[in-house]
Write a protein that binds this ligand. Structure first.
Ligand SMILES: Cc1cc2nc3c(=O)[nH]c(=O)nc-3n(C[C@H](O)[C@H](O)[C@H](O)COP(=O)(O)OP(=O)(O)OC[C@H]3O[C@@H](n4cnc5c(N)ncnc54)[C@H](O)[C@@H]3O)c2cc1C
Length: 483
């Protein structure tokens, strides 16, 4: 990328975009191509797609916020993962690009105008073209776990689909969370930022720390150059926030206090199920899933296999004694890993305590019941597929070889015993026609009319499916409405 600079002086521009992930890259490319004078700020660094050469440790330390996972404390506590580099989450993610589920768009029609399937269709067509989205078909037959659950679902008439992903090709290197060591996956850096035709000034390692307003207009922002810790000021006519679902509301809260209101972020929860098959399925030759069970999407539940190698297996099973881990490693060719993703009604409450962000979560009883129901359902499904042993995401008593034992254990599990992570945060400052929301239907602030937002924060609720496509389609629509 030739237009990346070091921020070494105060600047001014027409439109300042902060955050270079799914939402920010759309704004930067679209507005620059309309001839606007834009600056794009990114707190993290720029890395070539294959920079980490498959090293999860190095990628987490350098390209993820908080060296991997941000703690969300509560009952149970959750680890939250976000990208922090040029491309944001799209650099470290699996590249799944789904269109917004139709039931969700229908539900949102009560809250927002002009974001129907018809309104978003052209945006999705463009996103899919720019990111070279294609349906994975598992023709190489390497993702055996995906194929096994797909075939069984077909037999039982359960809806299962091959997934669409942003990639030129997939060489099954199995390390999407590090970028992509074969450079096959496309982030928004390849799909959007590197295709900007007019001048776009990009500043990496540049963290916006405060927004300043004058007479109900944004005037300038303070930016910290993370290389030398100097503070620079950038004056702008319009400010577009795209810092992601945690950072955007926290920055607004830090700059404008109570005007932003109570911040509640919606998330998806991922529960990992380990499973041992009766025959070798060679998990390390496959990659992130190629199929997904979507029969229960409208309940907010999807199920898929996940990429796994020995270090990922070990790091997600730190509870295991060494002997047990060793015995799984000896049988690793039979192992597989699945993800049950659920859309909880519970949300994450965010506070700035003396400028230190605190994220708090309390799983509701309804959510616990839904999780229990689907853990039992999919454990049974896996046993039917021919898996002989299942490792459930519990801190103790997690290994099962019959559905009877799964049922007994799951029915008595406590919230605090659940091991869950989340990599999808959204709807923390949702756009709405209702006047009490900070951002209006056009993604524009009700208080400062030259302030906009285009990241995951603005989605009206959680959607139950991978959100990148929806975030980008909304960003396209909002940017279209900016003069
Ligand atoms: C491991 C993982 C796997 C995932 N897999 C998928 C998937 O396959 N499909 C899918 O649809 N979604 C997936 N997601 C989620 C998806 O990547 C995110 O929902 C999406 O990237 C969010 O877009 P965004 O624009 O809101 O924020 P982000 O993409 O997170 O971008 C925000 C950017 O803003 C920068 N920033 C934040 N604060 C500041 C500041 N103060 N100053 C300057 N810059 C700042 C951040 O460093 C970051 O680069 C995954 C996420 C993760 C972590």
């Amino acid at each position: 990328m030739k237009n990346i600079h070091n921020l070494n002086k105060d600047l001014s521009c027409d439109i300042l975009i902060v955050g270079s992930g799914a939402g920010g890259s759309v704004a930067a490319k679209e507005l620059t191509s309309r001839g606007k004078d834009c600056i794009l700020l990114e707190e993290g660094s720029f890395f070539e797609m294959d920079h980490f050469n498959g090293s999860i440790k190095n990628s987490m330390l350098q390209a993820w916020r908080n060296s991997g996972f941000t703690p969300i404390v509560g009952n149970p506590s959750i680890a939250f993962g976000e990208g922090m580099c040029l491309g944001g989450g799209t650099f470290v993610n699996g590249g799944l690009i789904w269109r917004t589920p139709t039931n969700i768009l229908k539900k949102w029609e009560k809250l927002i105008d002009g974001y129907t399937q018809n309104n978003l269709n052209d945006h999705f067509n463009l996103i899919e073209k720019n990111l070279e989205v294609k349906i994975e078909n598992n023709q190489d037959n390497l993702n055996k776990d995906s194929q096994i659950i797909f075939d069984h679902a077909q037999k039982k008439n359960i809806k299962s689909l091959f997934v669409p992903r942003a990639l030129k090709y997939c060489k099954r290197h199995n390390n999407c969370s590090t970028g992509c060591s074969s450079k096959g996956k496309l982030s928004v850096v390849e799909g959007y930022l590197s295709k900007v035709e007019n001048d776009l000034r990009i500043f990496t390692n540049s963290k916006m720390i405060k927004i300043h307003a004058k007479n109900n207009k944004i005037d300038y922002v303070e930016v910290k150059n993370k290389k030398d810790n100097s503070i620079k000021l950038i004056k702008c006519n319009k400010l577009i926030l795209a810092c992601g679902a945690t950072q955007t509301p926290l920055l607004l809260n830090k700059s404008f206090g109570r005007d932003v209101g109570n911040i509640n972020m919606k998330i998806h929860l991922n529960l990992r199920l380990g499973a041992k098959f009766k025959k070798n399925i060679y998990p390390e030759k496959g990659t992130i899933f190629t199929t997904q069970i979507q029969e229960y999407l409208y309940d907010g539940v999807i199920f898929m296999s996940s990429n796994i190698n020995k270090s990922l297996f070990a790091s997600s099973n730190l509870k295991m004694p060494t002997d047990e881990l060793k015995s799984y490693f000896e049988n690793f060719d039979k192992m597989s890993n699945f993800v049950l993703q659920v859309k909880p009604e519970s949300s994450v409450n965010m506070k700035n305590l003396f400028n230190f962000p605190i994220l708090i979560f309390k799983l509701s009883d309804n959510d616990l019941e839904m999780i229990k129901k689907y853990l039992i359902y999919f454990s049974n499904f896996l046993f039917e597929c021919g898996f002989e042993e299942i490792i459930l995401p519990f801190q103790k008593h997690y290994k099962f070889n019959s559905i009877k034992k799964v049922r007994e254990r799951v029915n008595n599990v406590k919230k605090k015993e659940l091991e869950m992570i989340s990599v999808h945060g959204m709807s923390s400052t949702p756009i709405s026609k209702e006047k009490n929301h900070f951002f209006n239907n056009d993604g524009q602030s009700r208080k400062f009319n030259n302030l906009y937002c285009v990241d995951a924060s603005i989605l009206p609720s959680n959607i139950g499916e991978s959100p990148q496509g929806t975030i980008m389609a909304f960003a396209h629509e909002i940017v279209k409405r900016i003069n």
